[in-house]
Design a protein around this ligand. Structure first.
Ligand code: SAM
Ligand code: SF4
Length: 468
C-alpha cells in the first residue's frame, strides 16, 4: 500500500535518546510531573519516560493515586462492557505470535456464513450485550465489501426482549481509503488496529509473510481511516515483542500526530499482552515479556498521558490483575468472551485448537457484572456517543471539558437498568437496582437527577434505548 502523502511521524532516534539519557529521576521531579498530570493536559515524552523508569515505592503509590483520580474525574465509576465477535480466522499473514498465522497448519480454519453470524449475534444479544468488537483475520475473502456485508448482517439481528447490537467496533486488517469509506458508510463505531511493535526492526523480524509485512502501510493505517472520515480510531501495542518503554513512547507519538493532523487522538487504546497461541513458540516465551508490575505502571502512565482516551482490557488478562488495572485507568472491558469464530453458539469450536489465544478470564457476563458492582463500579452497556454524533474531534471536545459526566454516568445507569430488567436474574436485579438507585441519588445537580429518574421510570415501564 502506498502512503505518499503522509509525513513520517515516528522518531525512533528521539525516543531512544529520551530513554537512554534521562538519568535517574529524583522524587522531586516525579512529583512535579504528577502535579502537571493533574491539570489533565497530558504529558510529554520525556515526562512519560521518567514515570516508566524504576522509582521508589512512595512515588509509585503517588502515581497510582493520580491515575485513579484522573480516571474517576473523566469517567466516574462506569465500566463499559462489550463482546468480541470473531468472524473469520482465515489469514494470509505470518505473524510470529498469532494462532491465526498462515504458517499454523493445525488451526481449524473457520469463516462464518451469514447464518452462523446471525446465530452468534443472537447468543451475544441473549447475554445482554449491546456492543460488539468484530474481529477478522486478513484474507481476500474478507475484503471491505465482505466486512461491510457482515456488519449489516450483525446490525439487522434483533432478539426479544430487547436484543440488538447498537454499536459495532471493528478490528480487521488495514484497508485503503476507499475501503475505510465503505466501513464508515456501514456505521461502524471505532476502527481498531494495533501497530504490534512500533519498533521497525522488530516488526520486520516478527512479520515474515503476507500483506502485513509492510511496516509503513500499517503505520499510516489511521491516517487513511481519518481521511475516509472514520474518525473514531483505536490504537494499541502488542506487549512482549520489544522494550515496552519504547513502545509506549511511540504510541504517544502516534497519538500526538493524529491529534495534530486530524484534530483528535485515539478514541481508545488497547493493551494486549502476548498470550500463548497454538504453534507459536514466541508466544510461549515472549522476548520482552511485560511483568504485571510493569503492566500496571504502563496503564497508569497512559491514563495520565492521554486523560480522555478510553482504555480497553480484554479477556487475555486474569480477574485479579484486571481488578487492579481498573483502579489505574481501564475504562472498558470485554466480558464472556469467545476468541474463535462460532465460539458463542458452539462450545465445540471454543477449544484451544480453534482459538486465537488462551483466554485468562473465563467469567461469564453475570459474574463479571457482580464482581464489578461489588468493587463499586457501575456496569455500562452504553453505545451513545457515536450514535449521537459525539465522535472524533467532536467527542474530544466533550471529554476535555469533563462533560463526559453528563453523558457517561446517566447512560451507564439507563443501559444497566435495561440490562437488569431484561437479562438479570432475581438476585442480579435486586443487587443491580440498589446500585442504580444509589448512583442516581448521588447525582448532585437536582434537575439532572430528576430528569434521569423520569427516564429510568420510563424504562421500568417498558421503553428502551433512552440514552442521552
Ligand atoms: N488481522 C488483523 C490484524 O492483525 O490487525 C486483526 C485481527 S488480530 C486477531 C487482532 C489482534 O490480536 C492483533 O492486532 C494482535 O495484536 C492480537 N494478537 C495476536 N496474537 C496474539 C496473542 N498470541 N496474544 C495476544 N494478542 C494477540
Ligand atoms: Fe493474521 Fe492478524 Fe493474526 Fe497476524 S495478528 S496472523 S494478521 S489475524
Amino acid at each position: 500500500m502506498n502512503n505518499p502523502a503522509y509525513a513520517p511521524f515516528l522518531d525512533e532516534g528521539k525516543i531512544r535518546d529520551i530513554i537512554e539519557n534521562q538519568g535517574v529521576p529524583d522524587t522531586g521531579r516525579i512529583s512535579d510531573i504528577l502535579k502537571k498530570a493533574r491539570e489533565g493536559k497530558g504529558l510529554d515524552l520525556a515526562e512519560v519516560a521518567v514515570l516508566l523508569a524504576p522509582m521508589p515505592g512512595e512515588s509509585l503509590e503517588a502515581l497510582y493515586a493520580e491515575a485513579l483520580a484522573m480516571k474517576e474525574k473523566v469517567y466516574g465509576k462506569r465500566m463499559v462492557l462489550f463482546a468480541p465477535l470473531y468472524i473469520s480466522n482465515l489469514c494470509v499473514n505470518s505473524c510470529a505470535y498469532c494462532a491465526f498465522s498462515a504458517t499454523n497448519k493445525d488451526l481449524e480454519r473457520k469463516s462464518l456464513t451469514d447464518e452462523e453470524i446471525i446465530e452468534e449475534v443472537k447468543r451475544i444479544q441473549t447475554m445482554g450485550h449491546k456492543r460488539v468488537l468484530a474481529v477478522y483475520g486478513e484474507h481476500p475473502k474478507w475484503n471491505a465489501q465482505a466486512i461491510v456485508k457482515s456488519i449489516e448482517t450483525i446490525y439487522a439481528v434483533k432478539t426479544p426482549p430487547s436484543g440488538e447490537i447498537r454499536r459495532i467496533n471493528v478490528n480487521c486488517a488495514p484497508l485503503d481509503v476507499d475501503g475505510f469509506r465503505l466501513l464508515k458508510g456501514a456505521d461502524v463505531g471505532t476502527y481498531q488496529c494495533f501497530q504490534e511493535p512500533y519498533h521497525r526492526k522488530t516488526y520486520n523480524a516478527r512479520h515474515f509473510g503476507g500483506i502485513k509485512k509492510d511496516y509503513d502501510a500499517r503505520l499510516f493505517t489511521m491516517h487513511r481511516a481519518q481521511e475516509a472520515g472514520l474518525d473514531d480510531v483505536g490504537l494499541g501495542v502488542l506487549f512482549g515483542l520489544f522494550d515496552p518503554r519504547f513502545e509506549v513512547l511511540s504510541l504517544l507519538q502516534h497519538s500526538a500526530t493524529l491529534e495534530k493532523e486530524y484534530g483528535a487522538g485515539p478514541h481508545t487504546v488497547s493493551f494486549p499482552r502476548i498470550e500463548p497461541a497454538q504453534n507459536s513458540t514466541l508466544s510461549d516465551n515472549p522476548p520482552y515479556a511485560v511483568s504485571d508490575d510493569m503492566f500496571k505502571r504502563i496503564i497508569a502512565v497512559v491514563r495520565l498521558a492521554l486523560p480522555y482516551t478510553g482504555m480497553i482490557i480484554t479477556s487475555r488478562e486474569k480477574p485479579a490483575l484486571k481488578r487492579e488495572l481498573f483502579r489505574l485507568g481501564i475504562s472498558q472491558l470485554s466480558a464472556g468472551s469467545r476468541t474463535s469464530p462460532g465460539g458463542y453458539a458452539n462450545a465445540d469450536t471454543n477449544k484451544p485448537e480453534a482459538q486465537q489465544f488462551w483466554v485468562g478470564d473465563e467469567r461469564e457476563l453475570p459474574e463479571m457484572i457482580h464482581d464489578l458492582q461489588e468493587d463499586g463500579y457501575l456496569p455500562s452497556f452504553c453505545t451513545s456517543c457515536y450514535r449521537k454524533g459525539r465522535t472524533g474531534e467532536h467527542f474530544m471536545g466533550f471529554a476535555r471539558n469533563a462533560f463526559i459526566h453528563k453523558f457517561c454516568q446517566p447512560n451507564a445507569l439507563l443501559t444497566y437498568y435495561e440490562y437488569l430488567l431484561d437479562y438479570g436474574d432475581d438476585l442480579a436485579l435486586t443487587e443491580g437496582r440498589r446500585c442504580v438507585w444509589e448512583n442516581l441519588e448521588a447525582i448532585p445537580a437536582r434537575a439532572r437527577r430528576e430528569a434521569l429518574r423520569r427516564r429510568l421510570l420510563r424504562i421500568e415501564n417498558g421503553q428502551r434505548d433512552l440514552c442521552v
